[in-house]
Design a protein around this ligand. Structure first.
Ligand SMILES: [Zn+2]
Length: 319
């Protein structure tokens, strides 16, 4: 993909714990970055003030570079209307309806375009513009971390859905009798495909198996045990791989992607341990045409703020 020369953009990844901001150049390199604590319990206005503080600081840095600053891309949790730039029902932030783009614009010292997308979608766009999915028009991005998120491209377009709720894969129930999920359903994909899910699964399998479960279990300790060929840890990761295969099978059957990009801290850390089982599951779930040419590869995204910044190139090219 070709861009105008010497463009830069500000990317802001809004999370429940921290707000990560970066000034990113047209090759996806981070020129400058800054982070602030989110502190959502203080309410929306102080959080918006902090986002604006970062945006103003980075646009000042940008001015010194004498390059073309395209604008500000924001990746946010919740249901996002990317046209209005509004955030709905962001549970982790305690936001019901916040006009993020307008609220930020009113706080900017220098007027700039602002684009907002769901965090998983922003990361998918980041992979498309700068990462593992460059030049790929049909791909699924999945992020496995504290939860399961994702974004989907079909025919070179990000799929957002009727209510901006597309690729809400974390809360497909794979077992309606399974473990309770924070969303109110049971057995959601996220109850296994997440850090907490991995630990819970390890404990469940440990109780039913011969192995004794030691305290202080974390995703990192399970991965370490698996790399030492501990049977319980290997069985836990195999089950994770199996459930990941089910999720990918649904998507493969619906949109026929040629590529699945696995991101997120946990997804990257367990990639080689789970994907062989994922591929095995795919073969039992969908037609060969859906999996034969389907590549599954790890993310190449440098940071979530780079994904947010990539909105600027994605949307300014499509105006
Ligand atoms: Zn759920």
């Amino acid at each position: 993909m070709e861009f105008l020369m010497k463009t830069i953009a500000i990317g802001i990844d809004l999370g429940a714990t921290k707000i990560a901001a970066a000034l990113v150049d047209e090759t996806g390199d981070v020129l400058f970055s800054r982070t602030l604590a989110t502190i959502p319990e203080e309410g929306a206005a102080p959080v918006l003030d902090r986002i604006a503080t970062l945006a103003n600081e980075l646009s000042q840095e940008a001015q010194q570079l004498s390059q073309n600053l395209l604008g500000i891309g924001i990746g946010s949790p919740g249901m996002i209307d990317p046209v209005a730039g509004t955030v709905h029902n962001a549970v982790n932030l305690g936001w019901q309806d916040v006009c993020l783009a307008e609220e930020l614009k009113s706080r900017l010292r220098q007027p700039l375009p602002v684009w907002v997308q769901k965090d998983g979608n922003a990361s998918a766009i980041g992979e498309y513009i700068f990462g593992a999915a460059q030049g790929c028009s049909d791909f699924l991005y999945l992020s496995i971390g504290t939860g399961l998120g994702g974004g989907l491209f079909a025919g070179g377009q990000l799929i957002t859905g009727a209510n901006w709720n597309a690729t809400e894969l974390g809360h497909i129930s794979l077992d309606p009798l399974g473990r309770a999920c924070v969303c109110g359903l049971k057995g959601c994909a996220e109850t296994v495909l997440s850090g907490d899910g991995l630990v819970a699964l390890f404990k469940t399998l440990g109780r039913s198996g011969a192995n004794s479960v030691t305290p202080g279990i974390t995703p990192a300790s399970i991965i370490l045990d698996a790399r030492k060929n501990d049977p319980l840890a290997l069985a836990t990761l195999a089950e994770m791989g199996r459930q990941l295969g089910i999720v990918i099978a649904f998507c493969a059957a619906v949109t026929n992607p040629s590529l699945v990009v696995i991101g997120g801290g946990l997804g990257m850390a367990v990639f080689d341990l789970v994907i062989p089982r994922t591929r095995m599951e795919l073969k039992t779930r969908v037609l060969p045409a859906s999996w034969e040419n389907l590549q599954i590869i790890p993310s190449q995204q440098k940071s979530s703020a780079v994904g947010a910044a990539s909105l600027a190139w994605y949307y300014s090219e499509r105006r």
